[in-house]
Design a protein around this ligand. Structure first.
Ligand SMILES: [Zn+2]
Length: 268
């Protein structure tokens, strides 16, 4: 009897996992997706607002305008890409926002729904507008591929045994908030920086190159940016961004190999 109920439970779990999968654009990979996107979005908008209240927006008008300009161009590219692939419904509830915060940290991230933050400390490494487009394209690609959602799903499985996000928020708000910050690479306030897996990084690189190319930025700039990033490693305190986005020769070689495919989307 026991083994029957065991198999019954196993098949229920597999059915649940099967129903809880979605597909990553471009790569077609099937991913774990335990959290309804409406829940992710409402938490995202709340966390983003809180973050902006707790952090200082940059007063540098020129740099702030550049962040918003690059952001809008990438947004248009993403909308076009998703429309061409009949995936616009995935952007339905997006409320895009691009902000530059004043911070010595070199970091950047995009929360669900297109909520982007660039830290002023990363601008010396991005150097040019195209360099910023590399970071913006890459971070937005993480959001489009729902990598943070996937990390959040995995985190909930490990820490709360797969509790629903809304329930976890109600019973363990602080743990859930920290899980969120870690999943999206927000960083130092929680002190844990969990690197994106090689799989997530390579998907975000591939998609990011396409987005930046469609937005009118030469994808070759990505090689220069990641080489500059790799050189940062030798310094004493590695940038936050490098902790979540490890840069090495394999990654740079992979990006070089993906550039010809991205160039087909390049609009000068
Ligand atoms: Zn990344």
């Amino acid at each position: 009897m026991q083994s029957i109920s065991f198999f019954f439970r196993i098949s229920l779990v597999s059915l649940f996992l099967f129903l809880s999968c979605s597909t990553v654009p471009l790569t077609g990979r099937s991913q774990l997706d335990l959290i309804p996107s409406s829940t992710m979005l409402s938490m995202s908008y709340q966390q983003y607002d809180d973050f902006l209240k707790e952090n200082k927006l940059s007063t540098n008008v020129k740099q702030t305008e550049m962040v918003k300009r690059v952001g809008r161009k990438i947004q248009k590219a993403v909308e076009q890409y998703m429309a061409e692939n009949k995936l616009s419904y995935k952007l339905k509830d997006y409320k895009w926002e691009f902000n530059l915060v004043e911070s010595p940290e070199a970091n950047a991230w995009c929360m669900p729904g297109g909520k982007v933050v660039i830290y002023s400390g990363i601008l010396p490494i991005t150097k040019t507008e195209a360099g910023l487009a590399v970071v913006m394209g890459h971070e937005i690609a993480h959001a489009i591929a729902r990598h943070g959602d996937e990390r959040m799903s995995q985190g909930l499985l490990v820490q709360t045994g797969g509790m629903a996000l809304s329930a976890a928020l109600a019973t363990e708000p602080e743990t859930t908030r920290q899980l969120w910050m870690t999943a999206f690479g927000v960083g130092s306030s929680v002190g844990i920086m969990l690197p994106y897996s090689r799989l997530h990084e390579s998907e975000a690189d591939q998609l990011g190159l396409v987005f930046m190319a469609m937005a009118g930025y030469d994808p070759h700039e990505a090689v220069d940016f990641w080489e500059r990033m790799a050189r940062q490693k030798k310094g004493q305190a590695p940038p936050e961004f490098l902790s979540t986005h490890p840069s090495d020769s394999t990654r740079i070689a992979d990006i070089k190999a993906e550039i010809p495919a991205a160039m087909k989307y390049y609009k000068k």
